[in-house]
Design a binder for this molecule. Structure first.
Ligand code: HEM
Length: 158
């Protein structure tokens, strides 16, 4: 099975479509871009680079840790979430188009856990809420919706 690390190509293609659309509409122009060039922001930049991705991941696990609807998936994780905060940060960094810091196979990491549609949807709910809570640009939230779903669905093993 393919590693998620290769899937950011899909996100980046969609980002190009988004930046092209922005250029055509003239909206959200990045004045620092050379004249006539579309802004070259990828999802990593749009979320706020390293600090933004850390904020996202921290918020994600805070929600998982406190949201009654996420109790089942929280129970699958170790009591101490600190190592997961670091690993998900490393994974998301590369997946969003930033530095590739994660070198494991994220698929294999999920094999020991029974993940069905309910668990997938709980995970996604935590992530969507985290994106909202960190005030991520609605454009990047929309852009990531489908790729996040595809990735979470790929983790499903029952
Ligand atoms: C977009 C989908 C997902 C991504 C990107 C993702 C990412 C990750 C990463 C990077 C790790 C650390 C693995 C390691 O290096 O050891 C991890 C662990 C884990 N993930 Fe996910 N995950 C996703 C979906 C899910 C879903 C749907 C569940 C449902 C329960 C889940 C449950 C877990 C569990 C239980 C662990 C291990 C936690 C521990 O050892 O304490 N993940 N995930």
């Amino acid at each position: 099975m393919a590693d998620f690390g290769d899937r950011n190509a899909g996100v980046l293609i969609q980002v190009k479509a988004l930046t092209d659309a922005r250029t055509q509409s003239g909206a959200m122009r990045d004045d620092t871009s050379p004249a006539g060039q579309p802004p070259q922001k990828n999802p990593y930049d749009m979320i706020g680079g390293e600090a933004g991705v850390r904020r996202l991941v921290d918020r994600f696990y805070d929600i998982m840790d406190s949201e009654p609807e996420a109790t089942a998936i929280r129970a699958m994780h170790a009591a101490d979430l600190s190592p997961m905060r670091q690993r998900l940060f490393e994974f998301m960094s590369g997946w969003l188009g930033g530095p590739r810091l994660y070198n494991r196979c994220v698929m294999s990491a999920h094999q020991p856990f029974a993940i069905g549609t309910a668990e997938r949807d709980q995970w996604l709910k935590c992530m969507q809420r985290a994106l909202t809570d960190i005030d991520a640009d609605p454009a990047v939230r929309k852009l990531l919706e489908q790729p996040l779903f595809s990735m979470a669905d790929a983790v499903r093993n029952r």
